[in-house]
Design a protein around this ligand. Structure first.
Ligand code: NAD
Length: 447
């Protein structure tokens, strides 16, 4: 569009909303994976892989094939700043595995993005897409940039330049980026637009786009809704009725807030929520709708009057049926795992439990639903967006929700049955299924 052309009113409002949500996605001042450092994120991913590979009795050659990324890309991304100076950033795209389909994974803008972190997250995407059995491999990308120091125009130039460097490696049948920390639907719209300058009309080259621009209904709520669906499935299996279950959720952003809203609708009792400002606790149950309204107006849960104020650390140790860490990685460690009183933990965030804490929970028989399954709702609805784009056909929200529930419930049942059959944790069972599927695809496809 020509710069002096007027935008239709509705598009203008949406652009404004996109800009505001950009400001909201400015990452808080913590390491992307929280207290756990990046090296241990990679180590944790490898440790879970090795544990499952041992149960599967995987040969060392197959282990090497599955652990070695297909392609590691590091590019220079120079842009002209608004003041005319040149600034040079470093961007990454790690393509871990494509045995089961085009590679799928988010693009993260954060000043601590580095090769190890992106690689760990890329391998997690391979297992995540395999465990829910959608026809994708795994990838992840990022640019090491502090977006708080960037104008919207600079972010646009940065994104377009990154696509200029990588467009030949992206594509609906090769590698499909999506939003992650520091990026949003506006970023995805720029990626699609820039990609199309080289390759022609191709909405399926990226997911998480605005709904007005080939995005999918229900993408925003998908991860939280998936967490809710899978928590209910876990409660059913352990014969705990949702009506009497107490739930604590750390993090009240995209994932935490949609998860809380889901439980409120399902008749569950959310007794604690928190964000970076701290937590609120009410044994009788919090008014989630009121909390959502409060955060919409005030920007955080600080001073929300629904209950007693507690710290994030206290929230993790509450005596509840379900604990849902939905903010940072590495919050449950060997230092606090012995004091956790929840009966089950649903890993809505990526890697909230360190491997040491995971071992303690196994010993204490606290059930853990692993991240590669628990938060797979987002990538599942990204897949639905890609399917719709490929078919030039739009599903309504009812269909998206129905397909999401089917996909996740099917995956959950398989993981549960595998855990029972092999007498392993749900995490190992999820990795067994995922590694088995990717390994079989490698063998059937051949080298
Ligand atoms: P978000 O930025 O929307 O929300 C993060 C929340 O965590 C906010 O409420 C923030 O205040 C809170 N928070 C920040 N620092 C905190 C601290 N020190 N203690 C307690 N709370 C703190 O992020 P999100 O999209 O909801 O993602 C949350 C987690 O879920 C991340 O680990 C992310 O990788 C993972 N995840 C997200 C998606 C998705 O679709 N959004 C998909 C898969 C996994």
């Amino acid at each position: 569009m020509h710069s002096n052309q007027k935008l239709p009113a509705s598009i203008g409002i949406n652009l404004l909303k996109a800009y505001i949500s950009f400001i909201k996605t400015v990452p808080p001042p913590f390491s992307p994976q929280g207290p756990q450092n990046m090296k241990s994120a990679l180590e944790a991913a490898e440790q879970y892989f090795v544990e499952a590979a041992s149960v599967l009795d995987l040969s060392s050659s197959m282990r090497k094939l599955l652990m070695t990324p297909e392609r590691e890309i590091k590019v220079q991304v120079p842009i002209k700043r608004d003041n005319g100076e040149i600034a040079t950033f470093v961007g990454y795209r790690m393509q871990h595995n494509s045995a089961r389909g085009p590679m799928k994974g988010g693009l993260r803008y954060h000043h601590e993005v580095n090769a190890d972190e992106v690689l760990a997250l890329a391998s997690l995407m391979t297992w995540k897409t395999a465990v829910v059995d959608i026809p994708y491999g795994g990838a992840k990308g990022g640019i090491s940039v502090n977006i708080k120091e960037m104008s919207i125009d600079e972010l646009e130039r940065l994104t377009r330049r990154f696509v200029d460097e990588l467009h030949d490696l992206f594509g609906p049948d090769k590698d499909i980026p999506a939003p992650d920390m520091g990026t949003n639907s506006q970023t995805m719209a720029w990626i699609m637009n820039q990609y199309q300058k080289f390759h022609g009309f191709s909405p399926a080259c990226v997911t998480g786009k605005p709904v007005e621009l080939y995005g999918a209904e229900g993408r925003e709520e998908a991860t939280g809704r998936g967490v809710g669906t899978l928590t209910l499935a876990t409660l059913r299996k352990t014969k705990r009725p949702i009506e009497s279950a107490t739930i604590a959720i750390q993090g009240f952003g995209n994932v935490g807030s949609f998860t809380a809203a889901y439980f409120e609708k399902a008749g569950g009792r959310v007794v604690a929520i928190s964000d970076v400002s701290g937590g609120v606790f009410n044994r009788m149950g919090l008014d989630v709708t009121a909390a959502l309204e409060w955060v919409k107006g005030k920007g955080s849960l600080a001073e929300f009057q629904g209950g007693e104020h507690i710290s994030n650390e206290e929230l993790l140790l509450l005596d509840v049926d379900v604990l849902i860490p939905a903010a940072l990685g590495g919050v449950l460690t060997e230092n606090n795992a012995h004091d956790v009183r929840a009966k089950m933990i649903i890993e809505a965030a990526n890697g909230p439990i360190t491997p040491e804490a995971d071992a303690i929970f196994r010993k204490r028989e606290i059930l853990v639903l692993p991240d590669i399954l628990a938060n797979a709702g987002g990538v599942t609805v990204s897949y639905f967006e890609w399917v719709q784009n490929q078919q030039y056909f739009r599903w309504d929200l009812r269909r998206v929700r129905e397909e999401l529930e089917n996909t996740l419930t099917r995956a959950f049942d398989r993981v549960w049955a595998t855990a029972e059959e092999k007498k392993v944790s749900l995490r190992t069972a999820a990795y067994l299924l995922a590694i088995g599927r990717v390994g079989r695809a490698e063998i059937l496809g051949g080298i």
